[in-house]
Every structure is written in C-alpha cells, then in structure tokens.
Design a protein around this ligand. Structure first.
Ligand SMILES: NC(=O)c1ccc[n+]([C@@H]2O[C@H](COP(=O)([O-])OP(=O)(O)OC[C@H]3O[C@@H](n4cnc5c(N)ncnc54)[C@H](OP(=O)(O)O)[C@@H]3O)[C@@H](O)[C@H]2O)c1
Length: 310
C-alpha cells in the first residue's frame, strides 16, 4: 500500500511517501481502507521526536491518528462491525497510523461515520471532537447555564469545543486572533476576545470551566478568571497543580480516549446539524509534508485533512 512514513525524527522533510506493508490485524481489530486522514498537532510532535512516552513502535512508522474509511475486513472477535461499514475513529497512538491506504484499528475505537458528511470532512472529526467532548463533559463536568472560557477557539479542538459547549447550554466565551473572532461567533460563541489586542484576564470573570489548549501564560492568567471552586481543564498539561489547589481551584489534564460510544454521540450531533466540522484545507496524501508545514505554524482555522482515496 502507499503510506507516509518517517524513518528518522525531524522536520517535515522526513515524511516519505512510499510503499509499506498492509498492516496485519488482531482478532479484536478491523482493517480499514482509509479514504481520508485528519492531521493533528500530535503528528508533528511525534515526527519531531518530542513525545518520548508516545513514540510507540520503532521507526519507520506511519503517522496520523484520525480517519474516515470503509472496513475491508473484521477480526475474528469483532461482532459490532463488518466489511463494507463506513467508519471513523482515532486509532491507538502507540500503533501505526492513518497516513496510509489501510490501517488496523481496534473495533472499540471506531463508530459509524456521520452520514451527512463525506469522508474528507469525517476524517477531521474523531481526535479533535473526542478531546473537546471528554475535556468539557467528563473532566470539566460542564452544565447548562455555566460560563466556559475556551482558548484556541478557532483551532481543531476549539471549533468543536465551542459548538459542544453551546449545544450543552453553556455561556461560551472564546479566544482567537482578530481574523477568526467573527467566524467563531458564527459557530456559536456568545463572546469572543481577540488575544492579539486584548488581555482576556482583564475582560472576563466568574468562569466555571476554562478549557485550555495553549498552556504557559494563557494557563497562568486563566486562574484569575475562575470562580472559587472552578476548574481548568487542559489538553496540554497542568503546570502547577499544587498552586491551583492552594487557590481553591481545581484542574485536570488528560489524554483523550477513543470510544465507540462517544464517537456515536458526536456523529449524531453532526447528522442533526448541531455540530459542523470545520475543514480549512485538504491535501493529497503524498503532500503530507506541506500539510505539516502549514499546521505547525499553529494558526489553521479548524482542521487540515489528507485525502487518501479519490
Ligand atoms: N490531550 C489530548 O488528548 C489532546 C488532544 C488533541 C489536541 N491536544 C493538544 O491541544 C493543542 C491544541 O490542539 P488543536 O488541534 O486545537 O491545535 P490547532 O488546531 O493547531 O490550534 C490552532 C489554533 O490555535 C489558535 N491560537 C494560536 N495562538 C493562540 C493564542 N495565544 N490564544 C488563543 N488561540 C490561539 C489559532 O487561532 P488564530 O489563528 O486565530 O491565532 C488556531 O486557530 C495542541 O497542543 C494539541 O497537541 C491534546
């Protein structure tokens, strides 16, 4: 099969479009013919060699952990899906990924693809939407009527977080650069703050849940806008948990998990029109290096996707 692999950690030029073996499946896996693959920051973090604990198998390895496609073959123990099913999901990051014509993925990590969107749009959903869902609803326990502050509201995770928080009935405040504030309001944010011109910590207060996709100074300042007992949930890690606790606040860092049940609920929200995936650019699989160069700048609106099958 065709795949994009790395043989060495390093820059985007390490992404090689070449022949690779079709992966073997375990009894609880399905083999998926990948139609499109999402592109996510974890891809360049692993490509660069930043994530020692997530490096997974030895090199060469195939990057990409976000797909939409069609099941080619189901393992002997799989009863929930069969060949021909259109599915999407986020495979295990410790295994080879989805920048390839085929991927082996556990049946518990996939769901039926949303029917109202094509494979290219569906490929950008699983990783980012699961992250938003689990951060807001499991870690943050966000409730209707609460105030949530979402940093990076125009990004891959942020565009889902804004729409999911709105669907839940929360009052949604987001941060993004000026070119994106109107766009995120159209997605459902009640208020947007342009981080290039305005310090959010001087503008907002009484926040129940901060959803942090940035870390650093953004995380530090976010502590000043939380209500007593409020929670900061971060996709990039919590820097000083003890200091947060000492202020009477709560925090949670997490790694999103891929689960059929969560993916099903997300697909239903997409099919009912309550959540729309934002795909800003589609590259052919062979141009994965270009996709990384663009994504790594950190200012893509929504998602980048690689088209694998015409
Ligand atoms: N823990 C997990 O399971 C998990 C899962 C997914 C992602 N993550 C991590 O979460 C982070 C975000 O992921 P992502 O996919 O959303 O990334 P992304 O799509 O690359 O984020 C890009 C967005 O960030 C915005 N942004 C840049 N600087 C900002 C700032 N100072 N304040 C507010 N917004 C800013 C940009 O908006 P402008 O263009 O308007 O500047 C852009 O829309 C990454 O570090 C990723 O690795 C973790």
């Amino acid at each position: 099969m065709k795949a994009v692999e790395i043989h060495h950690y390093g820059g985007p030029e390490e992404l090689k479009y070449e022949e690779a073996e079709i992966p073997a499946i375990h009894p609880d896996d399905v083999l998926v013919r990948v139609y499109a693959s999402g592109v996510n920051p974890i891809d360049w973090k692993i490509r660069r060699g930043d994530r020692q604990s997530d490096q997974g198998p030895t090199l060469p390895r195939i990057l990409g952990w976000d797909f939409s496609g069609v099941i080619e073959k189901a393992g002997d123990k799989v009863t929930t899906f069969k060949a021909g099913d259109e599915v999407y999901g986020r495979p295990d990051i410790m295994r080879d990924g989805t920048y390839a014509e085929y991927v082996a993925v556990r049946a518990t990590e996939i769901a039926r693809k949303p029917q109202s969107i094509d494979h290219k749009a569906a490929a950008g959903v699983a990783l980012a939407a699961l992250t938003a869902w689990q951060g807001l609803f499991e870690k943050g326990q966000l409730q209707a009527g609460q105030r949530v502050l979402i940093h990076g509201a125009s990004g891959g995770v942020g565009t889902f977080a804004v729409q999911l928080a709105k669907w839940k009935g929360a009052y949604v405040i987001g941060t993004a650069s000026g070119k994106n504030t109107r766009f995120v309001e159209e997605l459902g944010a009640n208020e947007m703050i342009d981080y290039e011109t305005t310090d959010f910590s001087s503008q907002v207060k009484d926040i129940d849940v901060v959803f942090d996709t940035r870390g650093g100074e953004v995380q530090q300042k976010s502590l000043t806008v939380l209500k007593p007992g409020g929670i900061i949930v971060s996709t990039v890690g919590i820097e000083d948990e003890a200091a947060i606790k000492a202020k009477g606040l709560r925090s949670a860092a997490y790694m999103a998990q891929s689960r059929t049940k969560d993916l099903q609920q997300i697909a239903e929200l997409i099919d009912s029109g309550k959540v729309i995936p934002v795909i800003s650019k589609i590259f052919p699989l062979k141009d994965a290096a270009e996709a990384h160069r663009l994504g790594e700048k950190g200012h893509v609106r929504g998602k980048i996707v690689l088209q694998v099958k015409e």
